[in-house]
Design a protein around this ligand. Structure first.
Ligand code: IPD
Ligand code: CA
Ligand code: CA
Length: 266
């Protein structure tokens, strides 16, 4: 891996650490300033906005002129072919953040032509730093990550998530109910970025979710892939927007089970 990627990873980590510190220290005040977005159950706090602002300011200083796509402010247009665009979720797991559940993270990725080349997922509550560079592996606090050795779907622990829109989450839950009898168990953690990191660490054998946005997966999917997961990004499988990450030993069986449970075409 060349100096450019290393520099991108270094910048992603620097910026994510500063952002994580802001999100953590600002929480008590920020959770008193909450608005909602796509539905009444989809919150945005003052910390989501302030954290993205900080990330944008720091990226502009460290990597001037590179466009940034972020959940709260949008943007990101104008990246030419072969150039870097940053993709940022200032707080992934805002509902957890709001409730004081420590499973939330800052996600910062660098993409070139829409493909993630470096990514960091930083957990403010624990300080854990998940990172990956394309072609150079994935790490948790500097220690290399490897997916689980699971080979049987009926013994697999699989993560998922549900959309904020009630009609869609009902259909997702119906599909998950179908799947339930074919797995060891299901987890719903509340942070897509960290679910992907959990696959990288072998804490989950697989993960799937519909309707994610680019900022949810840009860093985490690279971390999972670099740890050896088979990853299918939204648009790569049949159906509109299913993302799948799994250890190779169960990937095929899980894909077939999702299809049979009607989870491709929601
Ligand atoms: C959400 C989380 C959640 C997932 C949702 C995402 P947010 O992101 O990643 O786990 O199920 O689809 O929107 O809103 O907390 O940034
Ligand atoms: Ca998110
Ligand atoms: Ca978010």
């Amino acid at each position: 891996m060349g100096d450019v990627e290393r520099d991108l990873l270094g910048v992603a980590e620097t910026v994510a650490r500063e952002a994580a510190e802001l999100a953590r220290s600002y929480r008590d005040e920020a959770i008193r300033q909450v608005d909602t977005k796509s539905s009444e159950t989809d919150p945005v706090t003052a910390a989501d906005r302030a954290t993205e602002r900080l990330i944008r300011t720091r990226l502009a200083e460290l990597r001037p002129g590179e466009p940034v796509l972020g959940e709260e402010e949008g943007g990101g247009g104008g990246a030419g072919a072969g150039t870097v665009r940053w993709v940022v979720d200032p707080i992934d797991g805002t509902v957890n953040y709001l409730y004081g559940y420590p499973w939330y993270a800052v996600s910062v990725a660098a993409q070139v032509d829409g493909v993630s080349v470096a990514g960091v997922v930083l957990e403010p509550a624990s300080g854990r730093c998940w990172a990956a560079e394309r072609g150079a592996g994935a790490t948790l606090d500097g220690v290399p990550l490897r997916v689980s050795a699971a080979e049987r779907l009926d013994l697999a622990l699989v993560g998922t998530g549900f959309a904020y829109r009630p009609d869609r989450r009902r259909r997702q839950a119906a599909g998950v109910a179908e799947l339930m009898g074919r797995l060891r168990d299901i987890r719903r953690s509340g942070s897509a970025a960290l679910d992907l990191c959990a696959v990288a660490a072998g804490w989950l054998d697989g993960y799937f979710e519909h309707g994610l946005s680019r900022w949810d997966w840009a860093a985490g999917a690279l971390i999972a892939e670099e740890a050896g997961a088979l990853v299918r990004l939204p648009g790569e499988l049949r159906g509109p927007d299913l993302l799948l990450a799994a250890t190779p030993g169960i990937a095929e069986e899980l894909t077939a089970a999702l299809d049979e449970a009607g989870l491709f075409d929601l």
